[in-house]
Write a protein of this length. Sequence first.
Length: 158
Amino acid sequence: MNRVLALVALVVSFQPAAHADQILVLSGGAAPIANHYSQYLQTKTLSDNLKTQTPGTPVTTYFGGGNAQGAKPVLADVHRSAKNAEGLNVETLLPGFIAGNKPATQKEIAAYFAQPSLSKMAKNETLFVFVSDHGMPQVLADGSMNSTFSDNCIDLWA
């Protein structure tokens, strides 16, 4: 709950300058099973609120498989665990729709940073980067931990 409150406080107080700032929102890496429903909700809330509160500032969002609101689902890229009416835990995978969303792949992120508009930003312009829930180590399928990177890297889809 504290993470959500901190996220809401950040979004409410965030005000980029009037010049040509750009905003990048990056979340949902590794694989669909690793994209938890709470991470999807955080990313969707952040992306939607930044777009509402910063009209005229480009907000580019990369989450999971790139399911964009209003488009046909690319794949089910969000893992949700919830109890049903009988109290049993039900695991589901569903598409994480976000307006204007793009796939959080290494290729897509590299293309974003290769854009001419980024290299031509003036000294008084800022690239704001919001990264949510991408760190390592991660729990592997066999239950062991992959701590190779000690929680200091962004884990993107291949």
